[in-house]
Ligand binder design. Structure first.
Ligand SMILES: *[C@@H]1O[C@H](CO)[C@@H](O)[C@H](O)[C@H]1NC(C)=O
Ligand SMILES: *[C@@H]1O[C@H](CO)[C@@H](O)[C@H](O)[C@H]1NC(C)=O
Length: 280
């Protein structure tokens, strides 16, 4: 027991020692044109009397109360600002050349916090490509691939949106098929990296089957019921009077209606309903 608690004390001492020695390095991510804001958490109660920011070990900014007016060095001269009240450094118009370590000394002491600034290439718009190129509604399965130039942009995360379903984080290539994707009209992919997000244009899913609109189902059901009723009435009447002439007058209307007008109306009304072809 005593040995254990002794070990704990040692561990805690080692941990706090490591932190005090300046182990808190924050990774900040940027791309061309970004502004970098490096905040400093005050670690002492005494007022700040001097500040020295360094970039990869070289002087970036220096200020000493009443002795050295704020001075910025090198490429930072025109595009950095230092707030001498809190030591916050802002660098504008960042480029790949600004990749590296940003450290600060306050009141002549190395500050525990420092920054590791990393550059990533900005992603372009991805494109959904269906493979094989011969993929059609009759194929068993196909692949949807989210294509983009990811050179110097990694790590890149791929997400997919199938029809009206929510975005799902997945891989660059995802399988699509007739069973799970039959209701997904459009396929869209999204890529993101530490400095941005890009969404593809939606493309048409080869496995999509347009569902029958509710009003067609209702018309068909109503027609079936009408035909059934008329057939029953006809049978009942024939059985009752055995009059052959009445058959002619009652049967034609039901036979024409199910096969005639509704099927001609389908294409026109479907397009009015959801303007689907415009989306993908
Ligand atoms: C889809 O991609 C996987 C690998 O990602 C591959 O094994 C499979 O053969 C591909 N399927 C089709 C239909 O291209
Ligand atoms: C910077 O990117 C890394 C991935 O390389 C990520 O883990 C980290 O959270 C990002 N930092 C910020 C501040 O977004």
């Amino acid at each position: 027991m005593e040995e254990l608690s002794g070990l704990c004390v040692l561990l805690i001492a080692a941990l706090s020692g490591a932190l005090a020695a300046g182990d808190s390095v924050t990774q900040v991510n940027f791309t061309d044109g970004h502004s970098l804001t490096l905040n400093v958490t005050p670690s002492q109660t005494e007022p700040i009397t001097n500040i020295l920011w360094k970039f990869n070990g070289n002087l970036l900014a220096e200020w000493v109360l009443n002795q050295v007016p704020l001075e910025l060095f090198g490429t930072f001269k025109e595009r950095a600002t230092l707030d001498t009240r809190n030591a916050r450094l802002v660098v504008n118009s960042m480029t790949k050349a600004d990749t590296g370590a940003y450290t600060v000394e306050i009141n002549s002491k190395v500050h525990a916090e420092s920054y590791d600034a990393r550059w990533f290439r900005r992603l372009g718009t991805p494109e959904v490509v269906i493979r094989p190129l011969t993929c059609s509604a009759g194929s068993k399965t196909c692949n949807a691939s989210c294509e983009a130039d990811t050179d110097e942009a990694e790590p890149v995360t791929y997400s997919w949106k199938m029809g009206d379903n929510p975005w799902m984080v997945s891989k660059k290539v995802t399988e699509i098929n007739q069973v799970k994707n039959v209701n997904d009209e459009c396929i869209t992919c999204r890529i993101s990296n530490p400095v941005g997000v890009q969404v593809s244009a939606p493309i048409k899913n080869p496995f999509y089957v347009h569902p029958t609109p509710w009003w067609i189902i209702i018309i068909v059901v109503v027609l079936v019921v009408v035909v059934l009723v008329l057939v029953l009435v006809f049978l009942w009447k024939r059985k009752k009077n055995g009059d052959a002439n009445k058959i002619v007058s009652t049967t034609p209307p039901p036979r024409e209606s199910p096969s005639g007008p509704p099927s001609e109306e389908h294409p026109l009304k479907e397009r009015d309903d959801n303007g689907a072809p415009a989306t993908c």
